[in-house]
Design a protein around this ligand. Structure first.
Ligand code: ES4
Ligand code: ZN
Length: 326
């Protein structure tokens, strides 16, 4: 179909991608073997069978389990370069990657090991694949504010390798206010703030992310439609939402793709972008996310073009770099 080839060939940006969420079962097994780690799965099919989620927490349990095979700098490089190759096939020109240092430092892996491996893959992606990228350090919201602050301090020697800070993991019960001080500190360093909000959590968490963390984008944010004043604010201030359609259906934020509210979000004149979140776990990379919403919601060429353009506009690229890519 013409719209399918249009989607496949469209230059794209990806703004909501957890690099640890790109760990494919094949690489998980290879790294487990290389690092002599015993996985709780006997086969690739057993792994895939475990990827049946009922909500965010049921996914996170498996996600933190999976990342335990990442030990050496080379492992982080292998993970990220595999993603960049995949991104290249999806016509991605720019990506802003989340990583979860606490998921590694809590297991005794040095911060330097993690960031050095990722950085090497980023350099290669730019040189060999023509993909520009930036790293967004995410704080795990189920851990303490003190742990987040210690993580930021540990990261500051690598300040120049970081684009921004984010907030992810279990949303319910961990409102943005918990991380007000660490975001303040990160902003002082010139790190650009974003946060997951309004995925499972209420609209009040989106308000808090804006007012207390002063975020420049909302990750997910799909529950904003429950609050008319919030929608007006997001539209007036052109705050981008990084929406992840396949993720939302897999984690049961919406029962089916046909019930996804992306089209309503567009109608409210919000700056909606399409992203893949944790593609190895949710069944598709960026092109698949575009195809799935297009099919389910009957989006036309204009809407698809708008979504892809929004990805570049909402990125943290400079105005001149945006101009070159748009
Ligand atoms: C995540 Cl989908 C999602 N939500 C919150 N935290 C996350 N970490 C990785 N994927
Ligand atoms: Zn996410």
């Amino acid at each position: 179909r013409p719209i399918e080839s249009f989607i496949r060939n469209l230059p794209k940006a990806e703004l909501h991608l957890h690099i640890e969420g790109t760990l494919e079962p094949e690489l998980m097994f290879r790294l487990a073997e290389r690092n002599r780690i015993t996985l709780p799965f006997a086969s690739l099919d057993e792994v895939r069978a475990a990827y049946q989620f009922s909500d965010l927490q049921s996914f996170l349990d498996i996600y933190y389990q999976g990342m335990q095979v990442l030990i050496e700098e080379e492992d982080f490089y292998d993970l990220a370069i595999a993603y960049f190759e995949r991104a290249h096939a999806d016509q991605i020109r720019h990506c802003e990657l989340f990583f979860d240092p606490q998921g590694h430092t809590e297991r005794g892996i040095p911060f330097k090991t993690v960031i050095s491996g990722l950085r090497r893959a980023q350099d290669e992606a730019r040189e060999r694949l023509g993909i520009s990228s930036g790293l967004i350090l995410c704080f795990l919201r189920h851990l303490s504010a003190e742990s987040a602050l210690a993580t930021l301090e540990e990261a500051l020697p690598y300040r120049e390798w970081l684009l921004g800070v984010g907030l992810d993991s279990s949303e319910s019960g961990h409102p943005p206010v918990k991380f007000e001080a660490v975001f303040e500190r990160a902003r002082q360093e010139g790190l650009l703030p974003v946060a997951h909000a309004g995925e499972e959590g209420p609209p009040s968490y989106i308000w808090e992310a804006l007012d207390l963390l002063k975020v420049l984008r909302i990750d997910h944010g799909v529950r904003c439609l429950e609050d008319e004043r919030l929608v007006a604010r997001l539209a007036a201030e052109k705050v981008p939402l990084t929406v992840c359609p396949l993720s939302n259906v897999k984690l049961r934020v919406f029962d089916t793709m046909a019930r996804h509210n992306l089209k309503e979000l567009l109608r409210c004149e919000l700056c909606v972008t399409v992203n893949s979140d944790d593609p190895a776990y949710f069944g598709g990379y960026l092109t698949e996310n575009f195809l799935a919403v297009q099919r389910a919601l009957g989006l036309g060429f204009t809407e698809i073009r708008q979504l892809a353009d929004n990805g570049f506009r909402a990125s943290f690229l400079g105005e001149r770099e945006k101009g070159e890519l748009l």
